[in-house]
Design a protein around this ligand. Structure first.
Ligand code: FES
Length: 150
């Protein structure tokens, strides 16, 4: 099997894996970074969202062969102690219900706020629209994004 070199949360990793292996399974099965979740596997729910070069991407649909040399950040690498402003806003507003989608929600929100630090409500709803929450905690999610931006 080929070997791919990626940088995950600032650490260089060499992964020997089939070329069509999705990044999600490299993270979870090879690097034990299980904060990134599997939801749909077809880039529709957002549970698997990570950052590549600061942009939010869906790791379930990215083959490792397309990522050689890329810098990837997962929820585990977002902050040292869970104290990124978005994570603090999430805690303050007690956003999660079951919690399953929350890593993906937070990774989408952080990438969005990096590009748009002062969004209005419409922009927040639009940015978060593609991240599905099966508990429908959307009101708290949107409020937390606004709080993190303030
Ligand atoms: Fe990747 Fe749903 S698991 S978008």
């Amino acid at each position: 099997m080929p070997t791919y070199n990626i940088i995950v949360n600032g650490i260089s990793q060499s992964i020997e894996v089939a070329s069509d292996t999705p990044l999600l399974w490299v993270l979870r099965d090879h690097l034990n970074l299980v904060g990134t979740k599997f939801g749909c596997g077809i880039a529709q729910c957002g549970a698997c969202t990570v950052h590549i070069g600061g942009n939010a991407v869906r790791s379930c649909s990215l083959p490792i062969s397309s990522l050689d040399g890329k810098e990837i950040t997962t929820i585990e690498g977002l902050s040292e102690n869970g104290d990124h402003p978005v994570q603090l806003a999430w805690k303050e507003l007690d956003v999660p219900q079951c919690g399953y989608c929350q890593a993906g929600q937070i990774m989408t929100a952080t990438a969005f706020l990096n590009n748009n630090p002062n969004p209005d409500e419409t922009e927040i709803k639009s940015a978060m629209h593609g991240n599905i929450c099966r508990c429908a905690a959307y009101t708290r999610i949107h409020k937390a994004v606004a709080l993190a931006a303030s």
